[in-house]
Design a protein around this ligand. Structure first.
Ligand SMILES: Cc1cc2nc3c(=O)[nH]c(=O)nc-3n(C[C@H](O)[C@H](O)[C@H](O)COP(=O)(O)OP(=O)(O)OC[C@H]3O[C@@H](n4cnc5c(N)ncnc54)[C@H](O)[C@@H]3O)c2cc1C
Length: 301
């Protein structure tokens, strides 16, 4: 059996995906160094929703039990509920997502508003602050045409809501790897939040790439070829999710009162299923066969 000592792995970025990779690789006995620019770990935002595909990837990484025990308010993912055009509700696509935290002691409220004044296809990284304080009155006014439930929830917001600018990677990357470097998570496919799929795609990347890295047949000689297989399988799906998330945002934002409920429900039902139901294990097995059949993984190496 070859020694794993020749494979030294540097993970740049200790976000959720980088840490997930580090835990899996270290448990497998690989030599891992994790580099994080921030001086300390901390909470950012109030929480993330992880879809069934993300949970399966976490199981594959061997860290879902830790997540379940640490999460204060873990729920199995049910179906989303879209409330629109019911009594007291209109077709309005400045929209809202709410979910409970801290065993129902706290509710995270995310209100989405579109502002098309910035050019979406700019090649420059937006340098202004991505998170700013916002006056609660601005929120009240922006949503004053919404139904009574929305108004009631907004009235309960604390006095210091924050405004988050949403950025996504556009155009999508044509490569996730170059030589001995591979991108995972948001570095490869930072997406808008409209499918709630961002970190789930990152966990899929992590599960996939770690399965290939922990295999004893991966070594410094074939690492580049192994990464190319990672790129070949992961990039099309993650880029599709990224594009689909943007399209979902357009769907939410562009729907107007002259639209009909039937048209609305049909596309939304289809938007999430293929993201949540994806069989990543089948992809990993296919990648393994590719590596074997193409002689990249030599048995006994
Ligand atoms: C408010 C908010 C709500 C969200 N809600 C959801 C949700 O409900 N569901 C969902 O799936 N996704 C959600 N997302 C997206 C999700 O948070 C991201 O997809 C996920 O955090 C990506 O993880 P990551 O590890 O790839 O990147 P990041 O979390 O961005 O981590 C990257 C890390 O790299 C570090 N770093 C950067 N540059 C360097 C460097 N040069 N050297 C060393 N370290 C560096 C950064 O400091 C950071 O810690 C949300 C995002 C936000 C902002």
């Amino acid at each position: 059996m070859s020694s794993r000592k020749d494979l030294r792995i540097a993970i740049v970025g200790g976000g959720m995906v980088g840490v997930a990779c580090a835990v899996r690789l270290m448990k497998a006995g690989l030599d891992v160094n994790l580099f994080e620019a921030a001086s300390k770990f901390g909470e950012l935002g109030a929480g993330v929703a992880i879809g069934p595909n993300g949970l399966r990837a976490l199981e594959g990484l061997g860290i879902s039990k830790t997540l379940h025990s640490e999460a204060e308010d873990y729920h199995d993912m049910g179906t989303f509920q879209f409330i629109s055009d019911l009594p007291g509700h209109e077709f309005i696509f400045d929209h809202m997502i709410i979910f409970p935290l801290k065993n129902g002691q706290m509710v995270n409220v995310v209100l989405f508003c579109s502002d098309r004044s910035e050019h979406a296809d700019s090649k420059e990284l937006p340098l202004e602050k991505w998170v700013t304080a916002v006056d609660k009155q601005e929120v009240v006014e922006r949503f004053e045409d919404c139904g009574p439930d929305t108004q009631a929830i907004i009235s309960l917001l604390d006095d210091n809501p924050k405004k988050w600018a949403i950025h996504e990677l556009r155009p999508t990357l044509t490569h996730y790897t170059r030589e001995n470097v591979a991108l995972v998570g948001d570095a490869a496919h930072a997406s808008s939040p409209h499918l709630g799929a961002g970190v789930g795609q990152g966990f899929e990347d992590a599960h996939f790439i770690c399965e290939l890295l922990v295999d004893l047949r991966t070594n410094t000689q074939n690492l580049q070829d192994v990464f190319e297989v990672y790129d070949r399988y992961r990039r099309p799906r993650a880029n599709d999710v990224l594009k689909s998330s943007a399209a979902t945002g357009e769907l939410y934002d562009s729907w107007r009162e002259d639209s009909v409920a039937e048209k609305f429900h049909s596309p939304l039902g289809k938007l999430f299923g293929w993201v949540f139901d994806h069989d990543l294990r089948a992809d990993i097995n296919a990648a393994r066969r590719d590596l074997e059949n193409n002689g990249i993984w030599q048995s006994g190496t």
